[in-house]
Write a protein that binds this ligand. Structure first.
Ligand SMILES: Cc1ncc(COP(=O)(O)O)c(C=O)c1O
Length: 397
């Protein structure tokens, strides 16, 4: 391997959520919350960023931008950004959006908060699938919209959409928007074409617009292919697609994402209301990622494949009653430990206090998630092994 994913990088004094923000994010507690472990003794497997360095080709381009020495108000005028993004998606999934449909946002979350406001009227409803990335719910809550959950079906760790349940919920004439995760966090599913079509056909037959959050679409197990939902419905203006270089290249702090809005009315609202300046360093990093990042990503995926295989083997051996399937996408493992814990157990608190592991689990994923933990596997393998060892030791006590 050309890149060293075993390197341990010190994140101290970088204001990282991952190292310093867990009290606030996981436990809704102040910074003086005490644990039996010092902060640097924890194994951190929680928030979805990686322990790997952003590729040097990206850092070099950011440095070049720094050397221009002025960081005034910035917007993307140079066509090179669109060219890089569009070649990236063309290469990745044989699809690209129209230039006039692309806007950018400081993140997919802020975009979701805005889009819900632009799309929905106050008495309408938003559908999500559970377990869910919690910010889908937060986007509905923030806008005082009613949330409707359709639980995914789980057969021995393999998740599918319950089309009957979803159709019933979509038929409610107040249901106007579905926030969809493709591929899916936290279950790691890469939806098949047939699944995507059946899901979207129900949406369109019932006048439900889709925001397809595809932030994890670059991080598939080697050999898997991403299908953007919009690719299956060319010309449709009922799908808003969200993609970003942030998860892929470990640069979430640079706060930059692509939002593709083919719907003219929604785009008009976005243009009228969205504060649309860019961070010049974020633009440089995103453009470099899409233009030069493929070689690094290809190796990263191989390393992640290895981490998933390692975790599968380790759990089979040390935690035989857990249910774990290698995620088809993301670097997040979704583990059913119901055989080892009580249903109402606060899992993040248990593992922080008793195992020295920071992880997310249970109702942090909105619903349909009791007794499940989500493990971030994007770390050096030795670190992963330590985390798994601590988790298994606790559960086997
Ligand atoms: C499905 C999903 N959407 C969005 C985000 C965050 O997006 P952003 O950092 O662009 O706001 C995450 C981060 O974990 C995620 O898993």
């Amino acid at each position: 391997m050309k890149y060293n994913f075993d390197e341990v990088i010190d994140r101290k004094n970088s204001n990282a959520m991952n190292t310093d923000g867990f009290r606030e994010y996981i436990f809704h507690a102040p910074q003086d919350m005490k644990f039996p472990y010092e902060d640097d003794e924890f194994i951190r497997m929680w928030i979805a960023d990686m322990e790997f360095a952003t590729p040097q080709v990206i850092i070099d381009e950011v440095k070049k931008r720094l050397d221009k020495r002025i960081f005034g108000y910035t917007k993307i005028f140079d066509p090179k950004y669109f060219e890089a993004f569009s070649s990236w998606t063309k290469n990745l999934c044989d699809w690209s959006c129209k230039k006039e449909d692309l806007v950018t946002s400081p993140g997919i979350i802020p975009a979701l908060y805005e889009l819900v406001e632009y799309i929905c009227k106050p008495d309408e409803k938003i559908i999500i699938f559970t377990p869910s990335y919690a910010y889908f719910k937060h986007a509905a809550d923030y806008n005082n919209m009613e949330l409707v959950c359709s639980p995914l079906k789980n057969e021995d760790g393999y998740y599918t959409i319950d089309l009957e349940d979803f159709e019933e919920k979509a038929k409610d004439e107040k249901a106007k928007l579905c926030i969809f995760c493709n591929p899916h966090n936290p279950t790691g599913r890469v939806w098949k074409e047939e699944e995507l079509r059946k899901f979207a056909d129900i949406c369109f037959a019932n006048d439900v617009l889709v925001i397809s959050d595809e932030i994890h679409c670059d991080l598939l197990r080697t050999g898997k292919k991403h299908i953007p939902l919009a690719k299956l419905y060319p010309g449709s203006d009922k799908i808003i697609t969200c993609m970003a270089p942030s998860k892929t290249f470990n640069m979430a702090g640079l706060m930059f994402s692509n939002i593709i809005i083919p719907n003219k009315e929604i785009m008009q609202k976005w243009n009228e209301r969205h504060y649309s300046f860019e961070n010049p360093l974020s633009v440089a990093s995103a453009q470099a990622a899409y233009a030069y990042g493929l070689e690094w990503l290809t190796e990263l995926k191989l390393y992640l494949d290895g981490n998933f295989e390692f975790a599968e083997k380790y759990l089979k051996e040390h935690l035989p009653k857990a249910v774990f399937k290698i995620s088809e996408a993301t670097y997040l493992g979704w583990v059913d430990i119901n055989a080892y814990v009580d249903k109402d157990c606060d899992l993040p608190l248990l593992f922080a206090n008793k195992a020295g592991v920071l992880l997310e689990g249970g109702d942090m994923f909105v619903g349909n998630s009791d007794g499940f933990i989500r493990l971030n596997l994007a770390c050096p393998r030795a670190y992963l092994e330590k985390g798994l060892e601590r988790i298994c030791n606790l559960l086997n006590k």
